[in-house]
Design a protein around this ligand. Structure first.
Ligand code: MRU
Length: 349
């Protein structure tokens, strides 16, 4: 497994008891600071303030959070409820919590920790496999190489036990010498693209440029985008994709300009119990994230209201393909997603 030199989350056992050590993503790229979490309320706050974020990493945080609660003697069932409800859209959070709780019920604290560690390893393996499938698909869709790829939000090693999801594909393309440029949407309002994806791209030595989200249209019009690659927080049974707000307009632009729009996500992000996009709960975030440039620096008149959904939902008809660790769904519909999900067990064994 490649070492990307980033550890977004790790378990540690200092003498005064187990802790979770989180790389504080609100401080990057200005400072590489770690936050040590010793209890569930602290972890819930870290999740809600985006110290730890991104779908697969939220799954790991949920699972390790249950292990932490168990190891420190908290009420595990109550802790699980608090953790699973900390952010509503990313289905991986509830998935990670559920796996660790079920393990705890079977085997106590040690089993919960072992399950969190297993999920961590699986996530790294899934990243590798998504990178391979995504690279192969790009090769088919864009023969000739020298790709200019556009991405939104942050989907790299900062959200994963491995190289991530969409960014893992970009990384693979770059390692094979086929990346001409990565266009990084800044990703308003919290700048996960400008702060985090640019940080990862720079560390990887990629040719990249950051753009204001509103500049993407003119890039497509100029023919400077060969494909769009994004992650997902939840994929409904019909193939609708919830991802960082601003993804849906990109999908519309990609369709208008006949550019492939690829969603890269592990099978654990596909939620067959959510029937369609309308049923996906979309997290609404506080106004100040829009009305202030950063805490205490307003950009709007005092008292301004804001509309601040964390995610939007892209209908399946706009998605060229969903790339997972077990293969690719294309066209994206109920049948292709159900088929992918049923392949999970075989492919990962
Ligand atoms: O609000 P965030 O930063 O947690 O949102 C993250 C995203 O939207 C990512 O694109 C998504 O989780 C996929 S990450 C692999």
């Amino acid at each position: 497994m490649a070492d990307h030199g980033l550890s977004a989350l790790r378990w540690a056992e200092p003498p005064d008891g187990p802790v979770l050590v989180l790389l504080d993503q609100t401080r990057l790229p200005v400072a590489e600071e770690e936050l040590v979490v010793t209890d569930v309320p602290g972890l819930v706050t870290a999740v809600q303030t985006l110290v730890v974020r991104g779908a697969p990493l939220l799954g790991l945080a949920g699972a390790y959070g249950v292990a932490l609660a168990a190891a420190r003697g908290y009420d595990v069932e109550e802790a699980a409820q608090q953790l699973a409800g900390a952010r509503p859209t990313a289905v991986n959070l509830a998935y990670g919590v559920r796996r660790a709780v079920e393990a705890y019920r079977r085997g106590g604290p040690a089993a919960a920790l072992a399950e969190a560690r297993a999920l961590h390893r699986e996530d790294a393996q899934a990243s590798d496999r998504m990178a391979g499938h995504g690279r192969d698909l790009l090769g088919e869709l864009l023969p000739g190489g020298g790709h200019q790829l556009l991405t939104h939000c942050n989907t790299g090693a900062l959200v994963s036990g491995g190289a991530g999801t969409a960014f893992a594909v970009v990384r693979r393309v770059h390692e094979e010498g086929e990346l001409r440029r990565l266009w990084v949407d800044e990703t308003r309002p919290l700048l996960q693209g400008a702060r985090l994806t640019a940080y990862e791209a720079a560390r990887a030595g990629m040719p990249y440029a950051v753009l204001a989200d509103a500049a993407a249209g003119s890039l497509f019009a100029a023919g400077e985008v060969d494909a769009v690659l994004v992650g997902a927080d939840r994929i409904a049974a019909d193939g609708a994709v919830a991802n960082k707000v601003g993804t849906y307009p990109l999908a519309i632009m990609a369709r208008h300009h006949e550019v492939p729009f690829l969603v890269v996500a592990p099978v654990s992000t596909i939620d067959l119990e959510t029937p369609d996009g309308a049923a996906i709960p979309v997290e609404q975030r506080p106004s100040h994230e829009v009305t202030e440039l950063r805490p205490g620096v307003p950009v709007t008149p005092v008292g301004a209201q804001a509309y601040n959904p964390a995610f939007d939902v892209t209908p399946p008809g706009l998605v060229t393909a969903i790339v997972t660790e077990v293969g690719v769904a294309s066209p994206v519909d109920r049948g292709s997603l159900a088929a992918l999900c049923s392949r999970t067990r075989t492919a990962m064994s």
